[in-house]
Design a protein around this ligand. Structure first.
Ligand code: GDP
Length: 394
């Protein structure tokens, strides 16, 4: 499906920048337009692929291009005040050519955390196309203020979008590596997973049309109904035989009947095992998949390595695991030597990580209030003389 992507804040901008690179590399055609919005000039300068005219610096009167320093209330205020400047860049998007908007941001910071719910609300008011969010949760080692920002932004963002796709930095930190050092590999993972998913509905005219290709409307229907979504992914390298990219003719002409049966069984088994690995392995937002309201299975790979039986079995298995009656599935034929399963689980409810985040956020909020109170008292004690004998000047 074709998306207009808006990256808000540093993380949002970097991820949208990466999506453009992915789009170019894989020719998947998902990014119709890309806009980056920030209060920090340096972050906009660091982008590589988003065009200069689509980089919007907001809040210049308030913060002079220096960012909001993890103050997400200020981030939200500035986004409201400068909404016309953002709209100026959005005006260049050919909205009739897109299937939806995707607002991307890191929820733990200031600009994206505060600004992304504001822009989502604005877009929903103006356009009829769906508005999705891609929100990144901070690592648990980032500290209380980031957790508090993320918990508050998450609550607000979910309400303002048609669906919030979540990626949890904490679950993707490699052991012994700080989240900071690992952003490159984390961002790769983000664009691979969401790229396969959104790319599925965007088959070009010249591409192989498989037996049951996923259509944009299936992605939209899986996301509609709102709530929170997570994505699972698993892949396996395969050999590209000369018939791999071929259609029916090459399937009939190669090998004996026995070897064909064998190939079919292998293909089916590979697909079902990849679906299990994707759904039971690490999700972008770890959660219990039981109870997910809707799901979409996308099987990507050379069409000779995809078959209807495998996808049908994978789909049924997902129905059993989630208890959902709304599990869609289909092919995404590619010319890469890899078969991949991407599973979108939409409307998930049982997410211990969010409850834990909220708990830590409440503690952080209480601590901040206590410290502020204490600091006022301490300053009073320091400045005032004990017996109140001195008078201030004015
Ligand atoms: P902002 O510019 O004020 O919106 O804040 P940032 O985007 O710099 O940071 C917000 C949060 O996003 C941080 O607390 C990190 O958890 C996360 N983050 C920052 N940069 C990246 C990145 O490149 N990739 C990912 N996945 N997360 C990031």
């Amino acid at each position: 499906m074709k998306l207009a992507m808006i990256g808000f804040g540093q993380a949002g901008g970097k991820i949208v920048d990466k999506f453009l690179e992915y789009d170019e590399r894989t020719n998947s055609g998902i990014v119709r337009s890309a806009v980056a919005v920030n209060t920090a000039k340096a972050d906009l300068l660091g982008l590589e692929n988003i065009s200069q005219e689509n980089r919007v610096l907001i809040g210049q009167a308030r913060v002079k291009g220096h960012g909001v320093g993890a103050d997400n209330e200020l981030g939200a205020e500035i986004a409201e005040e400068d909404i016309d400047e953002i709209q100026g860049a959005i005006d260049s998007i050919p909205v009739h050519e897109i299937d939806g908007f995707l607002v991307v941001s890191g929820l733990g910071g200031g600009t994206g955390s505060g600004g992304s719910p504001v822009i989502a609300k604005h877009l929903k008011r103006i356009y009829t196309e769906p508005v999705y969010g891609l929100g990144v949760l901070p690592g648990s080692d980032e500290g209380g203020i980031y957790t508090l920002n993320a918990a508050r932004s998450f609550q607000t963002f979910v309400r303002e979008v048609d669906n919030l796709l979540v990626f949890d930095n904490d679950a993707w930190r490699k052991t012994g590596e700080s989240v900071e050092g690992g952003y490159d590999h984390i961002n790769e993972e983000i664009v691979r997973r969401f790229g396969v998913l959104f790319g599925a509905g965007e088959i070009g005219d010249g591409d192989n049309v498989a037996e049951s290709v996923v259509d944009s409307s299936e992605i939209i229907n899986t996301l509609s109904g709102g709530g929170v979504s997570t994505v699972g992914y698993a892949s396996e390298d395969v050999e590209m035989s000369s018939s791999s990219g071929g259609g029916l003719l090459s399937r009939f002409s190669s090998g004996s009947d026995d070897s064909n049966d064998m190939d079919t069984a292998n293909t089916t088994n590979r697909i079902t095992s990849l679906v299990r690995k994707a759904a039971l392995g690490r999700l972008t937002l770890p959660c219990e998949i039981d109870g997910a309201e809707r799901a979409l299975l996308v099987m990507a790979g050379p069409s000779a390595h995809l078959n209807r039986k495998g996808i049908e079995r994978g789909r049924k298995w997902l129905e059993e695991q989630t208890g959902s009656m709304e599990v869609r599935g289909g092919d995404y034929p590619t010319n890469e030597p890899r078969v991949a399963a991407a599973v979108l689980l939409s409307g998930v409810h049982n997410v211990p990580r969010i409850k834990e985040l909220q708990q830590v956020a409440i503690e952080a909020q209480d601590n901040i209030d206590d410290i502020r109170q204490e600091s006022e008292d301490n300053l009073d004690q320091l400045v005032e003389d004990d017996d109140d004998e001195l008078d201030p000047l004015f």
